[in-house]
Design a protein around this ligand. Sequence first.
Ligand code: ADP
Ligand code: MG
Length: 725
Amino acid sequence: MSQGVRLETELRYVKGIGLAFATRLEKLGLKTVKDLLWHFPSRYEDFSKITNIADLIPGEPATIQGVIHDIKILRSFRKKMFIIQATVVDNTGSIRATWFNQKFLVAMLKKGMVINLAGKISDGKNGLSFSHPSYEIVGFSEDEEQFMEDAAEYREEIESFKHTGRLVPVYPETRGVTSKGLRFLIKPLLDEMERLPETLPEGMLVRAGVAEINDALRKIHFPDTMDDVLYARRRFAFEDIFYLQLVNILERSRLAKENAHACGIDQKWFKELLERLPFELTDGQRKTVDEIVLDLAKPHPMNRLLQGDVGSGKTIVAIMAAIIAAENGLQASFMAPTEILANQHYQTFKKIFGNYEKGVALLTASGAKVFYGEGLESEAKKPEVIKKLAKGEIKIAIGTHALIQKGVEFANLALVVIDEQHRFGVRQRQALAGHKKGDGEYLPHFLSMSATPIPRTLSLTLFGDLDISVIGELPKGRKEIITKIVPPASRTDAYAFIRGQVKKGRQVFVICPRIEKAEEDEDKKNWFAVDTKTVKEEYEKLSKKIFPDMRVAMLHGKLKPAEKDAIMQSMKKGDIDVLVATSVIEVGVDIPNASIMMIEGSDRFGLSQLYQFKGRVGRGEHQSFCLLFTDSSAQTTKDRLEALVGAKNGFELAEKDLQLRGPGEFMGQSQTGLPDLAMRSLHDLKLVKSAREAAEGILGMDPDLTSHPQLKDIVRKFHDKVHLE
Ligand code: ADP
Ligand code: MG
């Protein structure tokens, strides 16, 4: 690296960057030389396939090569905008290119220069043109000397362009930092820097067939071919997945050494517990309960993920686990992502185990309740509940984040359950891990539950440190939900159908993408927001015009918790016919009498979210329906909605979704903390397998990484960043 510049060097101290530019880079999250070099292109502009101007097709992306015949600045009339317009000619024809507000282009692109332009071709009233194309200076058609003089200021840039490969990297950008700017920073750094030391252990590269770090860095920024790109990406993906595997294996062996309260069962009360259930457990539920019972009986912490399709009955399994802890004289904490859900779990508990005397509390931001059996329920003051938890006088606490708030402590916490674990951010999950105090020496057992079915390939990689239980079937007697895509023309029929269902006593959910029109939409007439259905408008329309004779209510995130709670309760009691809501009811809500899920603007939701909505119905004995309303006729919308219509279960849909979107989109970086490249490579089983083997190999020889201090340090940092618990 150029004299004195190291990976940790802050960018502001790098020659030629300066404070102002460094500040802009910081907005991209780039502080050090390492950050910059690890800021990878999101795609590459391919300047290698040149099309004749005469053969350009409107709407299609293309690259042309030609001579600049003419370049000038225009000013748009109304707005104070500069338009740079160039005419470029090749042997077959000429085409216009326009850029907005890039005045410097006239100083750089000169008449007579040979340039490449790449971008989408638009078709306007003046014929075909490029709008905002990427460009590359190739050389000069005549009088090169003169142009070089004119362009002296830009000589460095022009020279460097001539040496750029045919594939030009395009970076994720921000205001004031263009892809080109980034190329100019990265190129000299890569050219001048000393070779970086390899971060992966010797021998591993060869065994796994991945690129060496310097080679990979150069190829990811300045590849000659797309194969170079794939080769380089593979290395970085391998590296992160390798670290993830190390983290998982280390975490697993760390937990195996920790102590936890062994919670045994007594066959007699356990049998009574099963008899108390209003239904028979499904095979999947029974198997899962068995696995949990075995885990809880061990003196080391359980770390288990329970996956089960929406409606498969995970709640009762969690409640049983909590009761096992309580019967051992210990405490359990059961946390859900929303108040609606926490409240629902509390109600379920009360309904099934109405005479439970050991103390069950509901604790949320808006209040607290406790019950000690039939007739012994009270609205309790929060401080009082918190005190009782600390003294161990309440055995089971059900709640929201309120349960991990400062000041909430347990006397002897043996079990932590989190419902809908994917709804908790990485940070909250970390807080939970910090919450694992128990009574000092002991860690609680940990059960997380997810209704977002994660395909097996993904879960093994991402949750390699967890044991996984799966409830693979729904309770008996459920009818398949009939799912239909409803085009605008059939709206009236759909309303008539809904009316018929309500007459039969069923209840209906109507989901809208937004609560109300945002003010700025009105101002700007934001085109995509114009016909987005909103809860408030739909509520008005349905309650006054379409179903004036029915009981219509609305539910959204801006209501007070107590209001939301009251609405959910009356929906549950059957006092509401039609509930218009936002995605607040997305997860977990259980109302068996609701049989119609009608989704407005269904193209605006992700597949797994739509699946969650659909899972709100079909929970009782009645035939249920999911109606997907959409105004979009795009093929991608059709494909996605069809996938939802056709999917037999959540796992199948998740596999499909994974194919349609790739793992990056499917899980999302914010959710996993795993770098994007690695995320996108998770479906590459061979890569994942070799990363796993590499991790096992190295830990087999060096279980604590004592002889790999550098790796140990990297893994520690990686752990903090990605750990999913
Ligand atoms: P999820 O797995 O989506 O959290 P829930 O735990 O909310 O599902 O259960 C969905 C519904 O199925 C609830 O009304 C619950 O009472 C019911 N249920 C759970 N297990 C069974 C079973 N074995 N037989 C019949 N109904 C069941
Ligand atoms: Mg649930």
